[in-house]
Design a protein around this ligand. Structure first.
Ligand SMILES: [Zn+2]
Length: 250
């Protein structure tokens, strides 16, 4: 079978997508350093996932077609840049609903690209239909939720995915860090209708501003949130998930 683009049915030509956005390098937001990290770790009740790590800020991801890369992906980068730079540099900002939706899509695109690069063949988390929906008109996965947070320090970019699986669902919580800006996306794939849910621990609320969820009301959101993360709480933030067991009535 011919290889197709990560986001559409195109069989080429392909480009290589930078995991770190080009505008970040042009804006000299981060020193030219040795690392961009994307880890996918484990598991909650499932078998361990292999953890792999990228080590270059210029790591390229093959598999995105020229059309996707130069059209909707670069458009999304262009719209995200002026919204993200103030938060990366730690300026207070207010995000209109439209801004929140741009940022949520950018984070989800980045997560899909990183995951495509990292996970061993045949074990991708995002389904083809979700990647296609993103490619066609930047539709978010139906269960997606996205939160923003702030770190006290200016950190080099990295991201980490935590994968939860059991008989009833698989969920990926992906945390991305750029300078003071922290974002987290959660996507849940339920294998059965009646089952468990994955929810963030309630004591982590002061750390976050939620900018995307299936049931959210549109309103402005101010960044940063009340509480800021440090290195210890960043780790708790990445792993703040609780399994909620309840049977949903149909
Ligand atoms: Zn494409």
């Amino acid at each position: 079978m011919a290889k197709t683009c990560l986001f559409c049915e195109s069989t080429g030509p392909f480009t290589e997508e930078d995991l770190n956005s080009k505008w970040m390098r042009k804006a000299k937001l981060f020193p030219e350093g040795p690392e961009w990290r994307y880890d996918i770790t484990k598991e909650l009740g499932g078998r361990p996932y292999p953890t792999r790590r990228l080590t270059s800020p210029t790591t390229k991801v093959p598999g995105v077609c020229l059309r996707c890369n130069t059209r909707w992906m670069s458009g999304l980068e262009r719209r995200s840049k002026p919204l993200l730079i103030p938060m990366i540099k730690d300026y207070r900002t207010v995000l209109a609903p439209r801004d929140q939706s741009v940022i949520a899509r950018w984070i989800t695109m980045k997560t899909m690209v990183s995951e495509w690069h990292e996970v061993l063949a045949g074990r991708y988390f995002f389904e083809k239909s979700e990647r296609r929906a993103m490619g066609i008109n930047q539709t978010m996965p139906v269960t997606a939720r996205v939160w923003l947070a702030r770190h006290r320090e200016y950190l080099f970019p990295f991201s980490r995915g935590v994968l939860f699986t059991d008989a009833a669902f698989t969920a990926l919580a992906s945390t991305l860090v750029y300078g003071h800006f922290v974002a987290q996306a959660l996507v849940v794939h339920r294998k059965r209708d009646s089952a468990k849910n994955v929810t963030p621990a309630s004591d982590s609320q002061g750390w976050t501003v939620e900018i995307w969820s299936p049931s959210r009301e549109e309103r402005e959101e101010a960044w940063p949130p009340q509480e800021s993360l440090d290195n210890r709480t960043l780790k708790s933030f990445q792993e703040r998930w609780e399994l909620q067991s309840r049977w949903l009535s149909a």
